[in-house]
Every structure is written in C-alpha cells, then in structure tokens.
Design a binder for this molecule. Structure first.
Ligand code: PGA
Length: 233
C-alpha cells in the first residue's frame, strides 16, 4: 500500500519538519513496511533524514530559468527530491494547468526518472451526466501520458470529493478503479475526503493500492492511524 499526504498550502517549514519527525517515529515504532509519502508546501522542502519519502507538490518543467514563482529541477535536486505530484485538480482548475502543459511536465520529469503521482478525476457535473460522459472526461486526462511508465502512480480523485467530506460509495470507487486499472497497471490510489473513518474500507477495495489524503492528513495522529490500517491489510 502507498499512503500519501498532500499538505497543500499548510504548515510552515518548522511544522512540516515536526510532522515528518512524528511520522518517522511512528513508522519506526510500528515497523511499518508500507510506502509513506508526504508532499509538503514548496517552501518547506528541506533535507530529509526520515524514513518518510518526500515529494514536491509541483515543479516547472525546467532545470532553472525565468519562471517567476516556480520551482525548477535544481530546487528539487538540492534536497534529493525525486517524486512529483502532477495533475492535481487544484492545479488544473485553480491554476489553470492544461492537459498539454501537464504532459510537458510529465515528460520532463519522466525523462529524469522521477516517481510521478499523476492525478485524474471528474467534476460533479460530469459524474451526474452519467458513466459514459464521466469516463470520457477521465480518458482525456490520460491523453499524452505514458501509462506504462515504470515509476508512475495514478491517483483517482473525484474533484467534488476533494475537501468536501463527500465521497463516492465504496462500490462506485471500486467500479472506477476497475476501469482505470484497464488503462494502466500502475499502482492506483484513491483520494478525496479520505479520513480515519473510511480509510480502512477504501484501502480494502479491489484495485485500490493506497490513498492520497489532504485535510485529514494534517492531523499526524490521524494519518498515522491510516498508515497502520494499510499495514494491517
Ligand atoms: P482531501 O484532499 O483529503 O482534503 O479531500 C485530497 C487531495 O486533494 O489530494
């Protein structure tokens, strides 16, 4: 199982380091053998001596250069970061990243051998329009993406479930995951309002290889409980 935390625009550098230390202590104390992955805010990337893998929430497809406000490869290399989140719905919808741009980013970091957590998921109106429309929408998010890339992890995150407390039913999650596994055999995470109260049953579903957690991961003890559930499964 892969248990990942997307910290988004939360925690200072000091808080992030404390958070990672808490997770590290938990992983060691409980002999956790699952993959634990944390995506801190960009200014909180730092040297990491913990057992927890750290990835970046974003980076520009360039080593360095004139890209105001962006991180380049040099900023990731400084801290040995080799994992990147690409295609998160907040970057697609709030920051306006297009599929073409995401493909450029994907290819740039793929060439460098990065582990890529690539997010897909439909907004509410697409889900409500029926399965065919919804799957067409998700299909378009696979366009240009090398689904056979060996260091690929896919995260299915319905946009309407992110940060809302709403989730698809367990059988809906299982159905979409089954369809997505046919597109790529890469590990497939579920994300969108995963909490301690539902994490175990979500991770127990067929074709669910882990979870990507936002809000609930901000409480280290909650996130540790989810890590423990993954270990138990
Ligand atoms: P959430 O966020 O757990 O707060 O719904 C998940 C995500 O955006 O990855």
């Amino acid at each position: 199982m892969i248990v990942a935390a997307n910290l988004k625009t939360n925690f200072t550098r000091k808080e992030t380091n404390e958070y990672l230390a808490e997770l590290d202590a938990f992983v060691k104390a409980h002999n956790i053998s699952q993959e634990v992955l944390v995506f801190p805010a960009p200014s909180c990337l730092d040297y990491n001596n913990t057992t927890v893998a750290v990835g970046t929430q974003n980076a520009y497809p360039a080593k360095e250069g004139a890209f105001t406000g962006e991180l380049g490869l040099v900023h990731l290399e400084e801290f040995g970061i080799q994992t990147i989140l690409i295609g998160h719905s907040e970057r697609r919808h709030i920051l306006g990243e297009t599929q073409e741009f995401l493909v450029e980013k994907f290819n740039f970091y793929k060439e460098l051998g990065f582990k890529i957590v690539y997010c897909v998921g439909e907004p509410l109106e697409k889900r409500e329009a029926g399965k065919e429309v919804m799957m067409e929408y998700i299909d378009a998010q696979y366009r240009g993406i090398d689904t056979t890339y060996e260091n690929l992890i896919i995260a299915y995150e319905p946009v309407w479930a992110i940060g809302t407390g709403l989730t698809p039913t367990l059988s809906d999650i299982e159905e979409v995951h089954k369809a997505l596994k046919e597109k790529s055999s890469a590990p497939l995470l579920y994300g969108g309002s995963v909490k301690v109260t539902n994490a175990k049953e979500v991770m127990a579903l067929n074709n669910v290889d882990g979870v990507l957690v936002g809000s609930a991961a901000l409480y280290s003890e909650h996130f540790c409980t989810m890590i423990n559930y993954a270990e138990e499964l």
